[in-house]
Design a protein around this ligand. Structure first.
Ligand code: HEM
Length: 244
């Protein structure tokens, strides 16, 4: 966590929880400029594709996890009468799949710095004087990788979410891909349902292979800078239909 002194007007948090949550003083901040509300289309479409690309990238890099999650989905969907598509009721019965989604949100929050806030009152936090009108960023990306909270924070290990009841809906400050507090994402339920359904069906219907000549090591996790965290280099995979 880093603060600038009381004479500067910008506070940037890199690592630990935003001070407002660390000290329970959410009353001190207000939402700053609302980037998203003017562009609900972007919030609902651009972000969905970002989430899917990162989740698929993580699985292609971790073939054993890919096999395990596809095994869970296919076993469940193919029991009894074969189902053509995964639906919302199925998702609730797929704990490993949901853990994979959470792990992907932890490592690759599509809006890494959330929406900036501005303090509405002067306050003293851990000995630092914060002026009213100070711009505050939440670093959701760094929070999700905080080594004080997460064991092997940079590794993709969905099993960690089978061992706790942490969710990604803003109840647990350890992982906040939809933000937290009064200004958290109002489209969260729709957004989560959309990405879970799309991703589960992509894993159910297709096997994902690298194009000829490409190796696992060629896949990178480079990010483009910006308000939303796009993968810098396109993810090119071969989709093989399994359940037509
Ligand atoms: C997986 C999908 C989505 C993710 C990860 C996501 C993430 C976020 C995040 C991180 C914020 C900032 C929250 C904060 O600063 O505390 C936000 C705000 C917002 N999102 Fe989403 N979002 C998603 C889907 C959607 C959808 C589907 C809609 C609309 C249909 C939507 C509409 C909005 C709006 C209007 C805001 C601004 C809220 C405000 O400032 O008061 N989002 N979203």
């Amino acid at each position: 966590m880093s603060f600038k002194n009381k004479h500067t007007d910008c506070v940037l948090f890199c690592g630990q929880y935003c001070f407002t949550y660390a000290c329970g003083r959410e009353d001190l901040v207000t939402g700053w400029t609302n980037y998203f509300s003017g562009n609900i289309i972007a919030a609902g479409t651009d972000i969905t594709s970002i989430v899917l690309v990162w989740a698929l990238t993580a699985l292609v890099k971790n073939p054993l996890i890919m096999k395990k999650v596809q095994g869970e989905i296919r076993q469940y969907l193919l029991r009894g009468r074969k189902k053509d598509f995964v639906d919302e009721d199925d998702i609730a019965k797929l704990p490993y799949f949901r853990a994979v989604m959470k792990e992907s949100f932890r490592l690759y929050p599509p809006g890494p710095l959330l929406v900036p806030r501005e303090t509405i009152k002067k306050c003293l936090i851990y000995g630092y004087e914060i002026e009213a009108g100070t711009l505050v960023y939440f670093n959701a990306w760094a929070i999700g990788r905080d080594p004080a909270v997460w064991k092997n924070p940079n590794d993709f290990i969905p099993e960690r979410f089978l061992e706790n009841d942490i969710d990604v809906k803003g109840r647990n400050p350890e992982v906040i891909p939809f933000g937290i507090g009064r200004r958290q994402c109002p489209g969260m339920s729709l957004g989560l349902a959309k990405v879970e359904l799309a991703f589960a069906n992509l894993l159910y219907k297709f096997d994902w292979e690298l194009p000829l000549g490409m190796k696992e090591g060629d896949i990178d996790f480079d990010e483009l800078p910006g308000m939303t965290m796009h993968k810098k280099n396109a993810l090119c995979l071969v989709a093989k239909v399994v359940h037509g």
